[in-house]
Design a protein around this ligand. Structure first.
Ligand code: ADP
Length: 274
């Protein structure tokens, strides 16, 4: 198509340039296709709770003579409205982490603060399932990055650990420094004793809107965007997120991020030196 026509026109300029151009166009096409897919997925995801709300409001009107039914339908409307709110919020979060350069307002961020925030965010849900949360090793460790984005990433991992675990289990969060020739890394691991993830699903859970079990994810208020956000935050910080899991036994998600080391802090305070 278009890519070939362009390459034919510039062919005399040399095959390397042609190759670059064709690659560029292919990449542009790919990005455009991904964007179109995303918009289609968003519309579909939004239509589900909106459709439910519309049906439920009709049901409320029809049941106006029956106060008990009205209350039941109203309760379900509230659940759908909450779902819609968190879906919209996660779509906004995802687009923010995709569009903002996280390192523009990067700073040293204390891991123990991120861990405390993440635990706080899930306290209510963990409490109602009697899940014990334990943190270790985070004192003194700092990563380099955007505070809000890092908090969202770790928060999502801890939230998932609680969501996909049965009652009376344990969620552990541990942090350590890993020496690397190219600059030390901080590793934060979130371990649960939950349902686990099959090898087949492991490859896909970081995709936007992918859920292993949509019914279960809906129940817990999941949007399918959490891990896509985590993956994006990790990558844009020069880090990564990986998963280890055994079905029926549990999972460990590990975030690796560049440490806010002495060298980086100095470079920030005296940008002219070295
Ligand atoms: P969701 O909002 O559905 O939790 P995520 O993007 O956070 O979306 O996760 C994608 C899917 O990965 C989830 O629907 C779930 O099936 C699976 N998953 C994520 N974390 C865990 C975990 N700790 N244990 C088991 N399954 C998990």
């Amino acid at each position: 198509g278009e890519a070939l026509a362009v390459s034919a026109r510039v062919a005399p300029l040399g095959s390397r340039l042609v190759l670059l151009l064709v690659e560029d166009l292919t990449e542009a096409r790919r990005i455009e296709a991904v964007r179109r897919d995303f918009v289609a997925n968003v519309s579909h995801e939004l239509k589900t709770p909106v459709g439910a709300l519309s049906l439920l409001s009709e049901a409320v009107m029809d049941a106006s003579e029956d106060p008990e039914a009205v209350e039941r339908f109203a309760g379900r409307m509230q659940i759908e409205a909450t779902r819609l709110t968190s879906l919209v919020q996660e779509i906004i979060d995802l687009s923010r982490v995709q569009n903002d350069d996280p390192l523009e307002d990067a700073e040293p961020v204390r891991i123990d603060e991120l861990v405390a925030e993440a635990i706080d965010r899930c306290r209510h849900q963990a409490g109602s399932k009697q899940i014990t949360m334990a943190a270790a090793g985070a004192a003194e460790l700092k990563v380099w990055g955007n505070r809000g984005q890092l908090a969202a990433a770790l928060g999502n991992l801890v939230e998932n650990a609680v969501n996909y675990s049965p009652a009376r289990t344990r969620v552990g969060i541990s942090a350590r420094r890993v020496a690397q020739p190219s600059g030390d890394l901080i590793e934060v691991a979130v371990t649960d004793q939950g349902i686990g993830i099959s090898d087949k699903d492991k490859e896909r859970i970081f995709e936007r809107f992918y859920r292993v079990d949509p019914a279960r994810s809906r129940q817990t208020g999941g949007t399918g965007l959490g891990l896509a956000i985590v993956k994006h935050v990790a990558a844009s910080h020069g880090g990564e997120v990986t998963v280890w899991s055994s079905e029926g036994q549990g999972s460990t998600f590990t975030l690796r991020l560049p440490e806010a080391g002495a060298a980086r802090d100095r470079a920030l305070q005296h940008p002219d030196l070295d």
